[in-house]
Design a protein around this ligand. Structure first.
Ligand code: DGY
Length: 329
């Protein structure tokens, strides 16, 4: 039987499914250090990871490893050049999380715009003594301009929801989406700078790449309206968190909603000091149904990638399908 590592805790029934095909070593405990991960992979043919860094040094330590299945749509933890060089297949879990993640983008955007957590903290602290006309005045979402940066599948799901709120939608993306999608979403393309100047609510839904590092920094924040909100459901590192904390503290933008952070699970201490930000621990895809779908898809990808099961050799979500069938280098 081929051997695999499931690098982190996951639904036990998914482990049971995997055991029908492979010998499973399950790390159902603390996150493994980079060195511990390599040691556990030394005799493995495959692995399921959740954001764990995988690069050439992993493959040097794990000569049998042929498939690494990430339980996430984002795979910036994979060095894909190293995967290609070693003929190791990488897979991810797109699509099953689009709607759930888009829902959460709205939850954060609305919470930021209407100061939901800030006012809850005030109430819980026993500070609410009387109703007042100007308590926690926020910004309207309905009828406002939504600016989506990153118009992939999740960005489109997010923009589609704007119709019900009678919003104007503008977007920025590496390349324009097809005209029929623009029509369906009633979305107009903008250069990034124009979007930042015009949007009332900016939502980031782009993948992390070195080119996208600090897509939003001090200069970009300075372009935004002082009444605007910024929501990041994409990846840490896309926003310069220190610059954002300063802009929030100085009220250069109204508020922010953040689900992802540079260096998470650490959070920039300055973000913890400001009131006008809603902070959540990377849970945008965390509905029970969606996380189960992601886990099962990660298992399907791994089983098929290892040449097993009903889709042997045809994993549903190969990132680098060119390596399928090649001997491990
Ligand atoms: C994803 O799927 O990329 C989510 O951010 C969970 O990691």
């Amino acid at each position: 039987m081929q051997k695999i590592l499931v690098a982190r805790p996951i639904f036990p029934d998914v482990i049971d499914r995997l055991k029908q095909y492979v010998d499973v070593d399950w790390n159902n405990g603390e996150t493994l250090s980079a060195e511990a991960l390599k040691a556990r992979l030394a005799d493995k043919d495959g692995a399921i990871t959740m954001g764990d860094p995988i690069d050439a040094s992993t493959f040097a330590a794990a000569p049998r490893l042929r498939v690494v299945s990430n339980m996430a749509v984002g795979y910036n933890n994979f060095d894909m050049a190293a995967f290609d060089a070693a003929n190791v297949l990488g897979t991810n879990t797109p699509d099953v999380l689009n709607e759930t993640t888009a829902d959460f983008g709205w939850a954060l955007m609305m919470a930021a715009a209407r100061r939901v957590t800030e006012s809850e903290h005030y109430l819980r602290a026993g500070k609410w003594q009387k109703w007042s006309f100007d308590m926690f005045l926020g910004a309207d979402v309905h009828g406002a301009t939504l600016g989506v940066i990153g118009m992939g599948r999740i960005g489109q799901a997010l923009a589609r929801r704007a119709r019900g709120f009678n919003m104007r939608v503008i977007y920025h993306n590496r390349s324009r989406v097809a005209p029929e999608i623009e029509r369906e979403l009633n979305a107009e393309y903008r250069a990034k700078e124009d979007l930042l100047k015009q949007a009332d609510h900016v939502v980031l839904v782009l993948p992390y790449t070195p080119e996208n590092h600090h897509t939003i920094g001090a200069a970009e924040l300075a372009l935004m309206k002082p009444t605007a909100t910024l929501t990041n459901i994409a990846r840490g590192g896309i926003v310069d968190d220190a610059a954002l904390a300063q802009a929030l503290r100085e009220r250069r933008i109204a508020s922010a909603g953040l689900d992802v952070f540079e260096g998470e699970p650490s959070v920039h201490p300055a973000l913890l000091e400001v009131d006008n930000v809603v902070l959540t621990p990377h849970i945008a895809s965390a509905s029970d149904a969606t996380r189960r779908a992601m886990a099962n898809l990660a298992a399907d990808n791994l089983i098929a990638g290892l040449g097993l099961g009903p889709r042997a050799g045809q994993p549903p979500n190969a990132i680098n399908p060119g390596v399928i069938g090649k001997a491990r280098a």
